[in-house]
Design a binder for this molecule. Structure first.
Ligand SMILES: [Zn+2]
Ligand SMILES: [Zn+2]
Length: 219
């Protein structure tokens, strides 16, 4: 794997990540990192290789007891299992303030630009198993890499996209969407006899004629 050396740019990017995390969760100071010491604690992936580019991950910040392991080379962030939930638990809007449905959600926060040119399965930095790709919150369009046992990896910018999605009420809209999909799977609609082509054509023609009349009188 290519191991890019830290550059001025990568260091600046790491500083920007730390700053954006501080903006996201402003109530805890970033602890000073002791120089030269490996920051691997009882949990966390600091000292492991970044799943995105292979550079060593570094402890970037501790927020609400959550350790964030960031990569200064590619801007990715590793979060141990459950940490994303802890980090983002306060971001949901008050009841009634979030988007009511997916259309309204898309009006508030556009679907993130596709990174599909970069589809590849990555290794968990802790167990080396290939991680799953998961659409965060079912419908966010933010594709995170997840090891079910150890945690997940966010590419540069994805934490901000997750934040915007949640602030717009995406969690509730996504849960409703997932519940609808589950209900559809549990209760398949009763099979209906397929209408013949002639009936379909007739139905379409009559509904079109009705539309024309309707528009003529009331349009
Ligand atoms: Zn990286
Ligand atoms: Zn793992």
């Amino acid at each position: 794997m290519r191991r890019p050396r830290p550059t001025e740019e990568s260091r600046a990017r790491a500083a920007r990540i730390t700053q954006s995390l501080a903006d996201l969760l402003p109530d805890e100071p970033v602890p000073a990192r002791s120089a030269g010491r490996r920051t691997t604690g009882p949990s966390g992936a600091a000292g492991s290789d970044c799943p995105g580019c292979g550079e060593p991950l570094h402890r970037a910040a501790v927020r609400h007891g959550v350790e964030l392991d960031a990569c200064g080379a590619c801007g990715g962030i590793w979060l141990d299992a459950g940490e994303l939930e802890s980090l983002t638990s306060g971001l949901d809007p008050a009841p009634g303030r979030g988007a009511a449905d997916e259309a309204e959600l898309r009006g508030r926060v556009p679907r993130p630009a596709s990174r599909e040119s970069d589809v590849r399965y990555r290794e968990c930095p802790r167990c080396r198993d290939v991680m799953n790709r998961r659409n965060f919150g079912t419908i966010s369009g933010v594709i995170v890499d997840e090891c079910r046992r150890h945690g997940l990896f966010l590419d540069a910018g994805e934490l901000e996209e997750v934040e915007a999605f949640l602030r717009a009420g995406g969690r509730a809209v996504g849960e409703a969407s997932r519940a609808r999909a589950a209900a559809r799977q549990q209760m398949p609609p009763p099979p209906e006899p397929l209408p013949s082509t002639r009936e379909v054509r007739h139905e379409r023609a009559s509904s079109t004629a009705l539309d024309v009349l309707w528009n003529l009188f009331f349009g």
